[in-house]
Design a binder for this molecule. Structure first.
Ligand SMILES: [Zn+2]
Length: 385
């Protein structure tokens, strides 16, 4: 279990933001650190970061997790990717659906509410950064989102971004001698208005607000990461608005853009920044767990990024790539699993539920998708020795 101390610090900036600082020794016991750790300035540091896209629970996906005793078990969905998520120093997921509890009913498309037992499954898998700034955050209204936030807050492991009952949603995570700042925004709430008494409940794309928040957070962290829910659904290339917004974000010296919402993979770009470095932009990570039923929507990506800080304080993204994953479900829409492409087989594909309506789907299709996304494709678990 990862150890951490949580402190609340109220910044004294022009735009006050409440920042959650998490100190973690992550992989080494605290006792070891105090004895063996050399002074921080004398060593290079690195931090591996994994991010995944849309975790989207349709009715059939909820049903497939129903157990004989009436409870829901979502853990098996993630067993094939758990060693990757846990192998990274920090892992992010776009949790596209809320977990408001039974009183809001369990529903899939179009207004989602997923059983709360999904949260312990995400924790068990190893996710820590949970993004809620997406177009389904208000699907069941204010109280359901409040209930979701209250429930997620009971997990010490989680750092929820993009939605807050009060205060601002900027977060800083300190780990491996590095500070990572997180901001998150969404383009839409599917037409559902934010409550008048809490207009900042979900962080919306607003260039003025984003400028203030990026400028406030930039000097407080080594690496600034912006999660953004944007783009047109099922578009294989980023649209003009995404490209424009990515360039706008890069103008604020952001290190990494984590894009999601189109439900399909889009390309990876680097964009020049005013400070001479580059912004790394993953326009869309595609789906993670879902029951969408088109071939482009069952291949997603796990971003893998390595942040490094040299002993002299130089900061860089020293490596980045993507592990392609297949969202597998069988012909009865059960046995859903997110499976890395490097573990996926012809035999599994022959039993994929999508083959019923798309008999021509083959492994070459997946490899073709990877040719258009401009990413270094990782076909092994980078965290196993
Ligand atoms: Zn979305």
């Amino acid at each position: 279990m990862k150890n951490r101390i949580i402190n609340l610090v109220i910044s004294a900036l022009a735009v006050p933001i409440i920042i959650l600082i998490i100190f973690s020794c992550h992989s080494k016991p605290a006792a070891d650190r105090s004895i063996t750790q050399t002074p921080r300035s004398s060593q290079n540091s690195s931090l591996t970061f994994v991010a995944v896209g849309d975790n989207l629970f349709h009715d059939s996906l909820i049903r497939s997790a129903l157990m004989a005793d009436g409870t829901y078990d979502f853990i098996p969905i993630y067993t094939e990717v758990k060693s990757i998520v846990q192998g990274a120093d920090l892992a992010f997921i776009n949790q596209e659906t809320i977990m408001g509890g039974t009183r809001f009913g369990y529903t899939g498309y179009p207004a989602f509410n997923t059983p709360q037992s999904l949260a312990p499954a995400l924790a068990d898998t190893g996710f820590e950064i949970i993004n809620l700034a997406n177009n389904h955050a208000m699907d069941k209204g204010r109280d359901a989102l409040y209930a979701t936030l209250d429930y997620l807050d009971t997990f010490e492991q989680f750092v929820v971004i993009g939605a807050r009952k009060e205060g601002e949603s900027a977060r800083i995570v300190t780990r491996n001698n590095m500070t990572l700042g997180f901001l998150a925004y969404t383009f839409s709430l599917n037409g559902i208005p934010l409550p008048r008494e809490n207009p900042n409940l979900v962080s919306m794309i607003d260039r003025n607000k984003m400028t203030q928040e990026m400028n406030a957070l930039r000097p407080l962290c080594d690496f600034l990461i912006v999660s953004i829910h944007w783009g047109g659904e099922y578009l294989l290339e980023p649209d003009r608005d995404q490209v424009s917004l990515a360039n706008f974000i890069a103008q604020h010296n952001v290190d990494l853009i984590v894009g999601h919402h189109p439900h399909v993979l889009q390309r990876v770009d680097t964009i020049a920044r005013p400070d001479g470095k580059t912004t790394l932009c993953y326009y869309s990570l595609g789906n993670f767990a879902s029951h969408q039923r088109q071939r482009e929507r069952i291949i997603g990506g796990m971003m893998v990024v390595t942040f490094t800080k040299t002993r002299s304080g130089e900061l860089a993204i020293s490596d980045y790539g993507m592990i392609p994953v297949i969202t597998h479900y069988d012909r009865s829409f059960r046995n859903t699993k997110v499976i890395p492409l490097y573990s996926y087989t012809e035999e599994l594909l022959a039993n994929h539920g999508l083959r019923t309506q798309d008999p021509g789907l083959n492994m070459n299709f997946f490899y073709g998708v990877l040719n258009r996304i401009n990413a270094k494709v990782i076909m092994h678990n980078p965290f196993t020795r």
